[in-house]
Design a protein around this ligand. Structure first.
Ligand code: AR6
Length: 179
């Protein structure tokens, strides 16, 4: 699914965040220590190679909602933006912390004149944030920031399953109805 809003292309696709070669910056659903983990972080670090963990070391630890930027190493992307999502039920208020992840990632993208960025569904795996709730926060936050973006021209949401993709598509339709 693809939409153009405020001159920016918004896409929802099913796929692997570490396999988005046409995107300048991919976002990592990181752990506080920015180490290779499972899920998104595991896939990104595996594809990037050990140089990424090395570059991350002095930037850690990060707090929930914070974001930091590194190079892409062996990834096809120029940058990786690492953000720490809230653990659902633990880091509160979780909706505000999750919104900060998307806001701070986009802020770094703008500061680095990045034209395209891909997000996974932050916090919805190991951190157990219910997908429907997380989707509403992610899309509302990103849509509200579109008019402020000068460099970012494409935002892609990469979902790992068909059912997650359907949730994103339905929410994007709902939030943009009439636009
Ligand atoms: N590409 C796109 N989406 C993926 C991929 C992938 N390769 N792999 C998983 N997902 P998670 P979190 C989906 O657990 O909840 C890590 O171990 C997945 O189905 O990666 O923020 C870190 O080290 C889910 O919907 O991130 C942290 O400790 C979503 O991406 C912790 O997990 C996020 O799942 C972070 O947990």
């Amino acid at each position: 699914m693809q939409k153009e809003i405020s001159g920016i292309i918004i896409e929802c696709v099913k796929g692997n965040i570490a396999a988005q070669p046409d995107i300048t910056a991919i976002v990592n659903a990181a752990n506080a220590w920015l180490r290779p983990g499972g899920g998104v972080a595991g896939a990104i670090h595996q594809a990037a190679g050990p140089g990424l963990a090395k570059e991350c070391e002095p930037l850690a630890p990060i707090e929930p909602g914070q974001a930091v930027i590194t190079g892409g190493h062996n990834l096809p992307n120029k940058y990786v933006i690492h953000t720490l999502g809230p653990v659902y039920g633990v880091d509160k208020p979780e909706d505000e912390l999750l919104a900060s992840c998307y806001r701070n990632a986009l802020k770094l993208a703008e500061e680095n004149k990045i034209d395209s960025i891909a997000f996974p569904a932050i916090s919805t795996g190991v951190f157990r944030y219910p997908l429907e709730k997380a989707t509403a926060v992610a899309l509302k936050t990103v849509l509200s920031l579109l008019p402020t973006l000068k460099h970012v021209k494409k935002i892609r949401f990469v979902l790992f399953s068909e059912s997650d993709l359907l949730v994103y598509e339905a929410e994007l339709e709902r939030l943009t109805a009439g636009q």
